[in-house]
Write a protein that binds this ligand. Structure first.
Ligand SMILES: [Zn+2]
Length: 410
């Protein structure tokens, strides 16, 4: 047992028809209103947005990518700066992934073993090893509010045998991550400022794992992060059940549904999200990783999901694709050359209040960086506003109607 302060999840409203719920997630860096969308701040930045703008847009929590930050500038450098919050001047909560997804999606660059995963840096080809313990160490150095366990995410479609193997490995890794966090948590909550007292300068064990030691100076029991387990099992209900049950035994502070949005049909994705969410405890936050479109947010919430992240609003914006209340708008399209309407006539964001489609199209066609910046601003506003409306409908007890109304739109 440690005396560190875990995150706290409060449910404020539950829909009577669907599985949707609204709540508050208390974290070391503030309270998050759920359901929540987390913009992706890959390398310590949401591309094109300043932190001032993100705050003004109402971003409550950012996702940081462990893989990218580990390689550049390096987690030690960020720890030295006092953690990722101070390094990037972001006072609100941060969730970090384990790095595993990036490593394993760089197929030719990664190799999965029982101990962890070997990979080559996409930057310089150098060789690295990520174990369940190591990824916890790196995330502790980053000082995020919510850390994710290393898991094995397999492609779709995958054989039953492959999925079963990934579930078993993910469970063993989750146990190791949990043990690592418990060990460090004890040190941090103890008053021993020198940690284990190890004088080994490198702090590296033969298996490549960093020792938890003086390296946690920037953490206190009040800022010690939570750890979420990740349920795997593809679209197989029985495997999802096995995975969830094994993780529940380990008692995580929150649970993620992983291994979705990897190419499976939408209906299977939604079904899997639903039956997986039903396996998870009501009083813990549920996070659907890497999904999705604005419709996916609504459908995910309806199935009992509380947290979402996706690169789509930001990545698509840089490719001149905007999400609007009337569907996607491809800003490079010639038909907008003389279009004086705002990007989305029913949007209240700073971009839609000021600029025309005609001007935005020009920026993209001319390769001006302002195009990507403005489209990113709008898309993030659209996602956050969608989530705010979903949450409000839940608090007013009108989610089911809201859900039907939005789904009925052409
Ligand atoms: Zn807008």
């Amino acid at each position: 047992m440690t005396s560190r302060m875990p995150i706290k999840f409060e449910i404020l409203a539950e829909d009577k028809v669907t599985r949707a719920r609204a709540g508050l997630l208390h974290t070391p860096h503030g309270v998050i209103e759920t359901p929540v969308f987390m913009p992706v701040g890959t390398g310590g930045t949401v591309k094109g947005m300043t932190q001032d703008e993100l705050e003004a847009l109402g971003v409550q929590i950012l996702l940081g990518n462990t893989y990218h930050l580990y390689l550049r500038p390096g987690h030690e450098l960020i720890r030295e700066a006092g953690g990722l919050h101070r390094f990037m001047s972001w006072p609100r909560p941060i969730l970090t992934d384990s790095g595993g997804f990036q490593v394993m999606s760089l197929k030719s660059l990664g190799r999965v073993t029982e101990d962890g995963v070997w990979f080559r840096s996409h930057l310089d080809g150098s060789s690295h090893f990520l174990s369940p313990e190591r990824t916890v160490e790196i995330q502790l150095a980053l000082g995020s509010d919510i850390m994710m366990c290393l898991d094995e995410c397999v492609e779709y479609p995958a054989s039953h045998e492959t999925l079963q193997r990934a579930v078993s490995l993910t469970t063993r890794w989750a146990k190791r991550a949990k043990e690592k966090v418990s060990g460090v948590g004890c040190q941090v909550s103890g008053k021993d400022g020198t940690g284990s007292g190890s004088s080994d300068a490198s702090g590296t064990e033969p298996d490549g794992n960093l020792r938890a030691s003086p390296d946690t100076w920037h953490l206190t029991p009040d800022t010690f992060p939570a750890l979420f387990g990740i349920v795997q099992g593809g679209t197989d209900e029985e495997l999802r059940r096995q995975s969830a049950e094994a993780l529940l035994d380990l008692d995580f502070e929150g649970y993620a549904v992983g291994g979705l949005a990897v190419g499976e049909p939408k209906s299977e994705m939604y079904d899997t999200a639903q039956f997986t969410a039903e396996l998870l405890p009501r009083d813990r936050p549920r996070y659907l990783m890497g999904m999705g479109t604005p419709e996916d947010l609504l459908e995910g919430v309806a199935r009992g999901i509380d947290m979402f992240d996706c690169v789509m609003p930001t990545r698509n914006a840089r490719n001149a694709c905007a999400f609007t209340s009337e569907g996607k708008v491809i800003l490079k399209n010639a038909r907008y050359a003389r279009d004086d309407r705002p990007l989305d006539p029913s949007c209240t964001c700073a971009v839609c209040r000021r600029y025309s489609r005609r001007y935005l199209r020009h920026l993209f066609v001319a390769g001006e960086m302002l195009g990507a910046i403005l489209a990113t601003h709008h898309n993030l506003h659209f996602y956050l506003d969608t989530m705010r409306r979903i949450r409000q409908s839940l608090l007013f007890g009108e989610f089911a109607e809201f859900h039907c109304r939005v789904r009925a739109r052409p």
